[in-house]
Design a protein around this ligand. Structure first.
Ligand code: MN
Length: 504
C-alpha cells in the first residue's frame, strides 16, 4: 500500500476499483489482502459486502460514482492493516445508517452486538453539526469518548477519512478546505500518535495542497528532478552495501529506498538548519535495510560506519530508546561515495510493520481494542488513559484544545527515572514537568534536580535520554514562578491547585 507521493495516480486506481465492485465478486479483492482468513472470516466479510452493496445501491458520491466505492475502499484499508474480519465488516457497513433506511436493530440481528457497536461509534463520530473551532473541539471530544470505549472505532474513522481525502477534489469547494484542515490538524496527528506512519503520511500529503496551495506549489517546484537524481546516486551506495553485507555473511530481508512524504519534506525545509534549501535535506530518499534480528541491525550499523564516516550527531538509536509512539529503528547519516550525504535506516521486519501500521499491528496480535475492567488501556497506550482523564476534567473548550496542542500533538522527549522508568514529555519540558509527571507529591515538594548525575536547577530543559532524579523536601510547596518554566498543562494545573490549597 506504499504510496509514492510523486508518482501515484490515485484517480486511475479508483477507476479500476469502481469496475471490480459492481458485482459481488469484488469482495475477493478484500479477501486477497488478508493473511490466512478463516472460513468464518470470509463468510462474514462476504455477507457484510453484499448487505452494504445493496443498502447503498441507489446512492452516489460527489464524484458521481456509486456510493459503495467508499465503504469498500474503507474496508480495504482496514484489510491492509490486517485488523480482522469484524473490523472489515464494520468498515463495509460504516455508512449504512446514512440515508439508506437500515436500522440498528437490523444490523444487530444480522451482524451481532459488537459490529453494531463499532458502526454506531463510527456513525456518531461522523454526524457533527458544528463549524470551525467549535466543531473541531466537539469532534475531538467525541473521538476521545469513542476511544475510551474502543479504539477500533477511531481506526475505522481514520480509514474512512483516508478515502474521503483521496476523493476530496469532487467535494464542493467550500467544504474542501475545512475537511483538509481538520485532516491536517486532527486526523494526521492522531494517526501519528497511534504510530500509524503510513496513514499519517498519506493524510498529510493529501491535505497539503488544499490547506497551503502556494507552499505546495513551491515545494513541488523545488523537488523537480531531485528524486530521480538522488535515486541514481543511491543505487551505487546500495550496491556497495549489498556487497559488504555478503562478505560478512548477512542476508538482509530487503533493502529498498524510502521516499520522503511531501508534507514532511515541507516541514523539514522550514527548520532553521535546512533554511528552505532542498540540498540540505539528506533523507529525501533514504536507504532502508530490513533484517530479521536486532543483532543484525547493530552489525550492519558497524559495517556501514566502517565503510563511510557518519555525520556527527545524526546517529539515532530508536531501537534502544524507541519514540513515544513506539517507533523503532536505527538511523544514521553518512558521507557516502563521492561525498553524497545519505540517510540509512536499519530495522527488523517486525519493527517496520509496526512503524507503518502502529497500533493496528498490535491489534493483529491481540484482537481487543477495549480497555480492561478498570477502564484502563495497556501501558503501551498510557497516553490514551491520560487523554480520557483530560477530556473528563477540562470543561472549557478552549483549554481543552490548548491542552491537546501542548501535550498531545507536540514532539516528545523521553527521559528516565533513576530506576529506568520512561517518562514521556513534550519538547521543551523541564525538570519541574518531569517531577509532576512522576508524582504530584514529588512535583509539589521538589527543591532541585540531578540530571545525568549533575545538579541542575528545576527549570532546566530536559533532553532525550536524560536520567533525572528529583530532590524533595518535606512540607515544601511549589513556587508560582514555576508556571513560567513548565510545558505540560498537568504540571501547571497541579502547581495552581497546590498554591490555592496552601496559604502563603
Ligand atoms: Mn464514510
Amino acid at each position: 500500500m506504499e504510496v509514492n507521493p510523486v508518482r501515484s495516480n490515485q484517480s486511475k486506481i479508483d477507476a479500476e476499483m469502481s469496475k471490480t465492485f459492481r458485482t459481488s465478486n469484488g469482495v475477493n479483492e478484500i479477501i486477497h489482502i488478508l493473511k490466512n482468513p478463516s472460513k468464518n472470516d470470509i463468510e462474514l466479510i462476504t455477507r457484510a459486502f453484499e448487505f452494504a452493496r445493496q443498502a447503498h445501491k441507489d446512492q452516489k458520491r460527489f464524484s458521481n460514482e456509486p456510493y459503495f466505492i467508499h465503504p469498500f475502499e474503507t474496508a480495504k484499508t482496514l484489510s491492509h492493516l490486517q485488523l480482522g474480519a469484524k473490523m472489515i465488516a464494520a468498515g463495509l457497513l460504516h455508512d449504512v445508517y446514512e440515508d439508506t433506511g437500515v436500522t440498528e436493530k437490523e444490523i444487530k440481528k444480522e451482524f451481532g452486538e459488537e459490529i453494531a457497536f463499532l458502526i454506531e461509534g463510527a456513525t456518531k463520530l461522523g454526524t457533527l453539526k458544528y463549524r470551525g473551532i467549535e466543531r473541531q473541539i466537539e469532534n475531538l471530544r467525541k473521538m476521545f469518548l469513542a476511544m475510551a470505549k474502543d479504539i477500533r472505532v477511531v481506526l475505522i474513522k481514520l480509514a474512512d477519512r483516508l478515502h474521503n481525502m483521496k476523493t476530496l477534489q469532487y467535494v464542493p469547494k467550500e467544504k474542501q478546505i475545512r475537511i483538509a484542515k481538520e485532516t491536517l490538524e486532527i486526523y494526521a496527528p492522531l494517526a501519528s500518535r497511534l504510530g500509524m506512519g503510513e496513514i499519517k503520511g498519506q493524510l498529510e500529503d493529501l491535505a497539503f495542497p488544499y490547506v497551503y496551495p502556494e507552499k505546495y506549489k513551491k515545494v513541488m517546484e523545488a523537488i523537480k528532478g531531485k528524486y530521480e537524481e538522488k535515486e541514481k546516486k543511491l543505487s551505487k551506495v546500495r550496491h556497495e552495501i549489498e556487497k559488504e553485507l555478503k562478505k560478512n555473511n548477512i542476508q538482509p530481508v530487503k533493502i529498498d529506498s524510502r521516499v520522503k512524504h511531501i508534507y514532511s519534506l515541507f516541514k523539514k525545509l522550514q527548520r532553521p538548519e535546512v533554511n528552505m534549501n532542498i540540498n540540505n535535506v539528506y533523507d529525501l530518499i533514504a536507504l532502508r535495510i530490513l533484517v530479521e534480528t536486532v543483532e543484525e541491525c547493530y552489525k550492519i550499523l558497524g559495517i556501514i560506519h566502517t565503510l563511510w564516516k557518519p555525520l556527527p550527531g545524526r546517529i539515532k538509536d530508536y531501537i534502544a530508546v524507541s519514540k513515544p509512539n513506539g517507533y523503532q529503528s536505527i538511523h544514521t547519516t553518512i558521507f557516502a561515495t563521492e561525498g553524497e550525504i545519505t540517510e540509512i535506516q536499519i530495522r527488523t521486519e517486525k519493527m517496520h510493520e509496526e512503524a507503518e501500521h502502529g497500533i493496528a499491528a498490535h491489534w493483529a496480535y491481540t484482537e481487543s481494542g477495549k480497555p480492561d475492567e478498570g477502564g484502563k488501556f495497556h501501558p503501551h497506550l498510557a497516553w490514551v488513559n491520560q487523554l480520557i482523564e483530560w477530556q473528563k476534567s477540562i470543561s472549557q473548550s478552549k483549554d481543552f484544545l490548548e491542552t491537546l496542542r501542548i501535550d498531545f500533538f507536540k514532539d516528545r522527549v523521553f527521559c528516565f527515572t533513576p530506576k529506568g522508568d520512561v517518562i514521556d514529555l513534550p519538547e521543551g519540558a523541564t525538570a519541574i514537568d518531569f517531577a509532576y509527571a512522576v508524582h504530584t507529591e514529588i512535583g509539589n515538594t521538589a527543591i532541585g534536580a540531578m540530571v545525568n548525575n549533575k545538579f541542575v536547577s528545576l527549570d532546566s530543559v530536559l533532553k532525550n535520554g536524560d536520567i533525572v532524579e528529583i530532590k524533595t523536601q518535606k512540607n515544601k510547596k511549589p513556587s508560582m514562578e514555576w508556571l513560567g518554566h513548565t510545558k505540560t498543562s498537568f504540571a501547571r494545573k497541579q502547581i495552581k491547585s497546590a498554591r490555592r490549597l496552601l496559604p502563603d
